[in-house]
Design a protein around this ligand. Structure first.
Ligand code: GCB
Length: 606
C-alpha cells in the first residue's frame, strides 16, 4: 500500500485537526448507530494524538473499550472523475470506519495503515461525515497481547509490556485522489558493483498498476540534484547508475524513482519513490552495510511524549534526530512496534540505520504475570497465544514489510521482542513466522529479540535468527547494584552466544535513573550508577568480537502502566522524557563520538 502523495497526477487532503470524540466503554455506539449522524455529547479531541493524556480525567486516561471519533470534510471539487481514497496511517489498536452511513473498512493492529476506496460514496464538492470507532482492548489474539479483567470499578486492562497502552488516532488521516488507473505498489531492490570512484549502482524495480486503463510503465531515476540518471520502460526492470552515490550510515543520499503510467504520450499517473542504493549482508559474525562491517550505536526508542502520548509529531522527530546526531548514535530500533512513516523517511534522509520491529511484545507470561499479580499461565497454548494469534502476527509481518520494504535505513526486521523462547511451543509458533518474513523480503536479515529468561543454551529460536539480538540487564534486574559480579556473569553468557558464529547486537541494556539523583557510591537509581553500569557493559562488549552493536535502553524516559517499580514511568532514558541529557548521555557521547561537552569532564575537552 503506497502512501498518499501530491504529484503531477495526485492530490491529498489532510484531515488532521480537532475531531469530535466520545468514549463508549460499554460498546453501545454500534447498535445505537453513532456513525449515522452527528456524534452526540462529544468533546473535542486532537487528531493525531493519544486521547489518554489530553483530558485530566482518570476515566479517559484508563479507558478500556471503544472511543468514537468524527469529523467532516469537503471533498475537493477538482477530484471529479478521480479515484478517491480514505486513509488512516494508524488507529490503535483496531478501528471500524464509516463514510456517512456506510461502513468502509475495519482494521486490526494499531501501528500500520489502512485505507478504502470511497469513490462511489462521495461527490466531489460535497461534504462527507467520517466516523471511526477505535478500540484499545488487548487480548491474547491481539498484538501486543493483554487481558481485560472485571474489577470492582469496571473493566481493567492488563498487559505484559512495559509501556503505557496509549490509544487513539496516532497518525495523520487523509482523503486523497489518484487517477482511476494508478500505480498501486512499487518494490525497489538495490545493489552495486565496483569500488568507490567507479561504482555502478543497480536499481531493480517492480511497479504494479491497477485499474482498467493503459498499463504502460515508464520509470525515471533522478539523483539528489534532480538530474535524470537512468530511465526504463516496462513494469519491472533493472536500472544502471554510473558512478553511484551509495546510501550509507551517516550519508543518507537518496535518488528518486518516478514511476509513470503512460498512455502514448499522455501521463496517466506519477508516483515518486525515494531510493537509497545500498546492500545489507550478514557474513559470519559480521553485519555488513555496503560490504563494510557496521557497528550499531544508539538506542531502543519509543513513540512517547507528554500530552500527545504516541502521536507522531514532526518537531519531536527532528529534535530526537538532532539528539541522536549529538550523541553519536548511528541507529535505533523501533521498539516495540512500527513507527510513523515519517520516522523512516527521515531516517532515510539522515542516514540513520533502523531495526524495524513488529508490535509483538509481551508474548511472555513469565516476565510480567508475576509482577502484575496474574496467575501463572502458559504463553503459547490454545487458551492463550494460539493459532489465531499467529495469524494476526503473520498479518502484522506482512503489513510491516509491505509498508516499509523500500526504506534504505531499515537493515533488519525484528519479528518480536522478548517472546517466551525456551519451549517447543514457542518454536512451533515462531518457525513459520521467520519463514514468512524471509519469504517476503529476501534482501534483509530477520531476527527477534531474546529475553534474559532464555539465556544462552536454552533459546529455541536463535537458530532461525540471522542476527542474535539480546536484551540484558546484568547489574540491574539481576546482580542488582553489584557491577563486578554482573560483569562476570554477563561476559560468561555473551561468550556462549559468540560461539554461534552470528553477529550479536545488544538491543537493550540499561538502568533506571532518576535525573538529578546522585551518590558518591554509585547506588542504583542515581546518575552515577547509570554511568558505571554503562561502562561495565561497554567493557564486556569490547571484549567480544561477535558483538556488532550496542543500543541502550532507552533513548528517553517513557510512560508505563502503574507499577510499584516504575516512578512515573520507566526511567532508563539517557535523556529525560522532555529530552534533557542525564550524565549517561555525556558518557555515551564521549564513547560514540570521542567528544565531550565543555560543561562536562572539563579535563578532556575536544
Ligand atoms: C525489557 C523490555 C522493555 C522494558 C525493559 C525494562 O526487556 O524489552 O520493553 O521497558 O526491559 O526497562 O524493563
Amino acid at each position: 500500500m503506497l502512501r498518499p502523495q501530491d504529484t503531477a497526477t495526485r492530490e491529498r487532503r489532510s484531515l488532521t485537526g480537532i475531531w469530535d470524540f466520545r468514549l463508549d466503554g460499554t460498546g453501545a455506539g454500534h447498535d445505537a448507530r453513532w456513525f449515522a449522524g452527528p456524534l452526540a455529547d462529544a468533546r473535542p479531541m486532537p487528531v493525531p494524538a493519544s486521547f489518554n493524556d489530553i483530558v485530566p480525567d482518570v476515566e479517559v486516561k484508563n479507558h478500556v473499550g471503544d472511543a468514537w471519533y468524527q469529523t467532516s470534510a469537503r471533498v475537493p471539487r477538482g477530484w471529479a472523475g478521480e479515484r478517491i481514497v480514505l486513509r488512516f496511517d494508524s488507529a490503535t489498536h483496531r478501528a471500524v470506519v464509516w463514510i456517512n452511513d456506510t461502513e468502509v473498512m475495519r482494521h486490526e493492529g494499531g501501528y500500520t495503515p489502512f485505507e478504502a476506496d470511497v469513490t462511489d460514496l462521495v461527490t466531489p464538492g460535497d461534504e462527507v461525515r467520517i466516523t471511526a470507532v477505535v478500540n484499545n482492548e488487548l487480548n491474547f489474539q491481539s498484538l501486543p497481547p493483554g487481558v481485560v479483567q472485571e474489577g470492582p470499578r469496571g473493566r481493567k486492562q492488563t498487559y505484559f509490556h512495559d509501556f503505557f497502552n496509549y490509544a487513539g488516532i496516532h497518525r495523520p488521516v487523509y482523503l486523497y485522489a489518484t487517477p482511476t488507473t494508478y500505480v498501486s505498489d512499487i518494490t525497489v531492490v538495490t545493489d552495486f558493483d565496483g569500488a568507490a570512484g567507479a561504482r555502478t549502482g543497480k536499481v531493480s524495480y517492480d511497479v504494479v498498476v491497477s485499474g482498467d486503463g493503459s498499463q504502460d510503465v515508464r520509470v525515471l531515476l533522478r539523483d539528489a540534484d534532480g538530474e535524470v540518471v537512468a530511465t526504463g520502460d516496462g513494469a519491472s526492470g533493472e536500472l544502471t547508475v554510473q558512478d553511484a552515490h551509495l546510501w550509507a550510515p551517516g550519508d543518507g543520499y537518496l535518488y528518486e524513482l518516478e514511476a509513470q503510467v503512460v498512455d502514448g504520450d499522455a501521463l496517466v499517473d506519477s508516483y515518486l519513490q525515494t531510493v537509497g542504493i545500498r546492500t545489507v549482508e550478514v557474513r559470519g559474525t559480521q553485519f555488513l552495510i555496503n560490504g563494510e562491517p557496521f557497528y550499531f550505536t544508539g538506542f531502543g526508542k519509543h513513540e512517547d511524549q507528554a500530552v500527545r502520548g504516541k502521536a507522531h509529531d514532526d518537531a519531536m522527530l527532528v529534535h530526537d534526530f538532532e539528539l541522536l546526531d549529538w550523541i553519536g548514535a548511528n541507529s535505533f530500533r523501533t521498539s516495540h512496534y512500527p513507527y510513523a512513516d515519517e520516522v523512516y523517511d527521515y531516517a532515510d534522509r539522515q542516514g540513520i540505520v533502523v531495526i524495524d520491529e513488529t508490535s509483538a511484545v509481551g508474548q511472555n507470561m513469565g516476565v510480567m504475570s508475576g509482577m502484575m499479580g496474574m496467575p501463572a499461565m502458559e504463553t503459547f497454548s490454545p487458551e492463550t497465544i494460539n493459532d489465531d494469534s499467529r495469524e494476526v502476527h503473520a498479518q502484522a509481518i506482512r503489513e510491516l514489510i509491505a509498508r516499509d520494504k523500500n526504506h534504505p535505513s531499515i537493515v533488519l526486521w525484528s519479528i518480536a521482542n522478548e517472546p517466551e523462547s525456551a519451549s517447543d511451543a514457542s518454536r512451533e509458533y515462531f518457525e513459520p513466522l521467520f519463514a514468512l518474513a524471509k519469504e517476503l523480503d529476501t534482501t534483509r536479515p530477520v531476527g527477534f529479540v531474546n529475553v534474559m529468561l532464555s539465556p544462552f543454551g536454552t533459546c529455541k529460536l536463535a537458530e532461525f535468527s540471522d542476527v542474535i539480538m539480546l536484551n540484558r540487564y546484568y547489574g540491574w534486574y539481576v546482580d542488582t547494584g553489584d557491577l563486578e559480579v554482573a560483569e562476570e556473569h554477563w561476559r560468561a553468557e555473551l561468550q556462549g552466544w559468540a560461539s554461534l558464529d552470528k553477529p550479536i547486537i545488544i538491543t537493550e541494556y540499561g538502568a533506571d535513573t532518576v535525573a538529578g539523583l546522585h551518590s558518591t557510591t554509585a547506588d542504583p537509581w542515581t546518575e552515577e550508577f547509570q554511568s558505571a553500569y554503562l561502562d561495565m557493559n561497554h567493557r564486556v562488549f569490547d571484549s567480544i568480537d561477535a558483538v556488532v552493536g550496542e543500543q541502550v535502553w532507552n533513548f528517553a524516559d517513557f510512560q508505563t502502566s502503574q507499577m510499584v517499580f516504575r516512578v512515573d514511568g520507566n526511567k532508563k532514558g539517557a535523556f529525560t522524557r522532555d529530552r534533557r541529557p542525564k550524565a549517561a548521555a555525556h558518557l555515551l557521547r564521549k564513547r560514540w563520538t570521542g567528544k565531550s561537552d565543555p560543561s562536562w569532564a572539563g579535563s578532556d575537552r575536544d
